[in-house]
Write a protein that binds this ligand. Structure first.
Ligand SMILES: NC(=O)c1ccc[n+]([C@@H]2O[C@H](COP(=O)([O-])OP(=O)(O)OC[C@H]3O[C@@H](n4cnc5c(N)ncnc54)[C@H](O)[C@@H]3O)[C@@H](O)[C@H]2O)c1
Length: 254
């Protein structure tokens, strides 16, 4: 039997990058995937990719998850799609970068909204559905920038928001345990996705500096992150909660 057979998994941010690979990988393991994004066309492409690989996926888009009403609507529709919710994979995020002290108040607020509000809103509205199932799993995609400082690019808002995601995960684990809810954070190091590719631009020096910080001297492949997420979402990880896993090629080891 596949490790996520019959599990209903809501994944946010499935239009591309790590979220698209997550949709494909969770579906490969037997999950019924509900995937949402603000980007309709690219999200539909993910639905097609999952279905043509033999997986099950429903797309719900466009949803702007920085708006809590839209987050609520997404969760309600997601729970209706396959009759409940077992796993929430909080992957969607949007962030701004900039150095101190010029990082604007607007960019600070957009980053906190895009990285911290989104997983809180989705978890808040999904919570009663998980309780109704007798428990479930909340996986939050944080970042190693929530664990160590980073200067490429300068990231005060991103660091604060992702540190918040790691702390929030511990709290969700504490409050969720009595309901059978596990909460786990996954902190990617550098992965080459449309977002990081855009943020690094054609600055080869910056790319080299980013990979040099890893022990393995390379970017991660999305599969190398989501294989862990699939395991953590499954019953095989039943004793794992309240913790944060770095998947970073060793970047936080030194
Ligand atoms: N790529 C990396 O190196 C890296 C490193 C650390 C952490 N992360 C984290 O991994 C996750 C995925 O990152 P990625 O690199 O695949 O990024 P990405 O930008 O490629 O994917 C994020 C997805 O979220 C969607 N999204 C953005 N704002 C939204 C909103 N308001 N409502 C709904 N959907 C929205 C985007 O359209 C996109 O499809 C994020 O949480 C990111 O912070 C990535």
């Amino acid at each position: 039997m596949k490790i996520l057979e019959n599990k209903v998994v809501l994944i946010t941010g499935t239009a591309g990058g790590l979220g698209r690979v997550a949709a494909l990988t969770f579906a490969r393991e037997g999950a019924k995937v509900v995937g949402s994004d603000i980007n309709v066309e690219a999200n539909n492409e993910t639905v097609e990719l999952v279905r043509s690989a033999g997986g099950e996926m429903t797309g719900i888009a466009p949803i702007d998850l920085t708006d809590h009403e839209q987050a609520r609507k997404l969760v309600e529709e997601a729970a209706l799609a396959y009759g409940g919710l077992d796993v929430v994979y909080n992957n969607a995020a949007i962030q701004k970068f900039g150095p101190m002290p010029d990082f604007s108040i607007e960019d600070w607020r957009r980053t906190i909204a895009g990285e911290l509000d989104i997983p809180f809103f989705v978890s808040k509205y999904a919570w009663p559905h998980l309780v109704k199932r007798g428990g479930g799993v909340i996986l939050n995609v944080a970042s190693i920038s929530g664990m160590i400082a980073g200067d490429i690019p300068p990231m005060v808002g991103h660091a604060a928001a992702k540190g918040g995601v790691i702390a929030m995960t511990r709290q969700l684990a504490l409050e969720g345990a009595r309901h059978g809810i596990r909460a786990v954070a996954i902190s990617p190091g550098p992965f080459l996705t449309p977002a990081s590719d855009r943020d690094l631009g054609d600055n080869q020096e910056a790319r080299d500096a980013v990979t040099k910080k890893t022990l393995l001297k390379r970017f991660g492949q999305p599969e190398e992150l989501v294989e862990l997420a699939v395991f953590l979402a499954s019953e095989r990880a039943a004793y794992i909660t309240g913790v944060n896993y770095a998947v970073d090629g060793g970047a936080t080891a030194w």
